[in-house]
Design a protein around this ligand. Structure first.
Ligand code: NAD
Ligand code: WQD
Length: 338
């Protein structure tokens, strides 16, 4: 039996596909190629030396999904497919709710019709909102979200909790990611944003490669040690390995499980700039800009529940995250080939 990986050619999905196959787990991948290149499929195969089925399918397309279930033996799903740009979600809320929330409803319905009731979902630390104090634990209240993207994650969590309440034979794992950065050690897979990067690390690497003149640091007057925002950066390979543990758990146990995937350590924007400069040997010019609307001062996890229940812990530190991000960017200045 295989795990269906939705959005499996994207940044986190592609790294997870590699680690799933390294762990001997069979996969089937779907992606509508909206935010990735098909060449990511070739890179996954080259890295693992394994072939696997890929279908270009949109999760909102029930017939397309049914065809995948008819053609493959699938017992569980890891659901990455979604739109993820916070700013864009404020401009296009309907598109975000349609793609993320409606898409998930269609997926869950097709799963149910096929007797497949095991799913790992890509949630986000954003569901903790503005009002909880770090370190964030899974039992804190969620929902004080500041943007439509975050609300799609919160709404999907609610939908999945209600689904489980209605039918305890589901096994659902909500993984709340903190800030994934880094890339595969080989330098052949990494994050490949379209246009101007929204997130810190891809912006830094694009400054380092000469695509952007300087980094704008969004505020240096937060209540943090150096005044810049503090986040819990996690290496994407550690995150991928968390999915291997999560899917192993839902395959053997029914229930509703919620885990933070983070390191438990916060770094400021300037800490990351310094760590990147050290790892790459490249100076990152920056200037202080106004705060970005919706940003909070500090956000980091308490990852102890995932250690206790999944036996998972992030192993890679900030130096390695920076080295690997830089290796990917410098070897692939224009990202994945078309
Ligand atoms: P990504 O954009 O690289 O990957 C998402 C993939 O899903 C893309 O390949 C895209 O083409 C595909 N996709 C989007 N809509 C689809 C649809 N309707 N049908 C089929 N495929 C579709 O993003 P990522 O960083 O790998 O994120 C993966 C998941 O993790 C997303 O759900 C995201 O919201 C969540 N997440 C990401 C972060 C982060 O910082 N990267 C943090 C928390 C949660
Ligand atoms: C990190 C820090 C910025 C860019 C976002 C989403 C969240 C999750 C992860 C999906 C902050 C600062 C950034 C720049 C900067 N995604 N920064 N200059 O905002 O913590 O989280 O991605 O679920 O939902 O909100 O990540 O990388 O954008 O920012 O100074 O050019 O870097 O202000 O302090 P964020 P980020």
């Amino acid at each position: 039996m295989a795990v269906l990986v939705t959005g499996g050619l994207g940044y986190i999905g592609s790294h997870t596909c590699v680690e799933l196959m390294n762990a001997g787990i069979d996969i089937v991948v779907i992606d509508n190629l909206y935010n990735c290149k098909k060449s990511s499929y070739d890179r996954i195969k080259a890295l693992t030396g394994r072939d696997f089925p890929f279908y270009k399918v949109d999760i909102r397309d029930a017939k397309g999904l049914q065809n995948v279930f008819d053609s493959e033996k699938i017992d569980s799903v890891i659901h990455f497919a979604g739109l993820k740009a916070v700013g864009e979600s404020c401009e296009k809320p309907l598109e975000y709710f349609d793609n993320n929330v409606n898409g998930t409803l269609v997926l869950l319905d097709v799963m149910r019709k096929n007797g497949c009731k095991k799913i790992v979902f890509s949630s986000s630390a954003t569901v903790y909102g503005m009002n909880n104090v770090s370190p964030l634990t899974e039992d804190m209240p969620v929902g004080g979200v500041t943007n439509p993207y975050g609300r799609t994650k919160y709404m999907i969590e609610c939908i999945m909790k209600d689904l489980f309440a209605s039918d305890n034979s589901w096994s659902i794992c909500l993984l709340r990611y903190f800030n994934p950065i880094g890339a595969h050690k080989s330098g052949t897979m990494g994050e490949d944003p379209n246009g101007i990067p929204n997130n810190l690390m891809p912006y830094i690497t694009q400054v380092a490669i000469g695509k952007r003149a300087e980094l704008g640091v969004f505020g240096n007057d937060y209540d943090t040690p150096d005044g810049t925002g503090v986040r819990d950066y996690i290496h994407v390979v550690d995150l991928a390995l968390g999915h291997v543990k999560a899917v192993e758990k839902i395959r053997k146990e029914d229930g509703l499980f919620i885990y933070n995937l983070g390191t438990g350590t916060g770094y400021s924007v300037l800490d990351v700039v310094k760590a990147f400069e050290k790892a790459s040997g490249v100076k990152i010019p920056y200037s202080i800009k106004p705060r970005r609307p919706g940003d909070i001062a500090t956000c980091y996890s308490d990852p102890s529940k995932a250690l206790k229940e999944l036996g998972w812990k992030a192993e890679r530190g900030i130096e390695e995250m920076c080295e690997d991000s830089w290796r990917w960017q410098s070897k692939n200045p224009d990202g994945y080939p078309d």
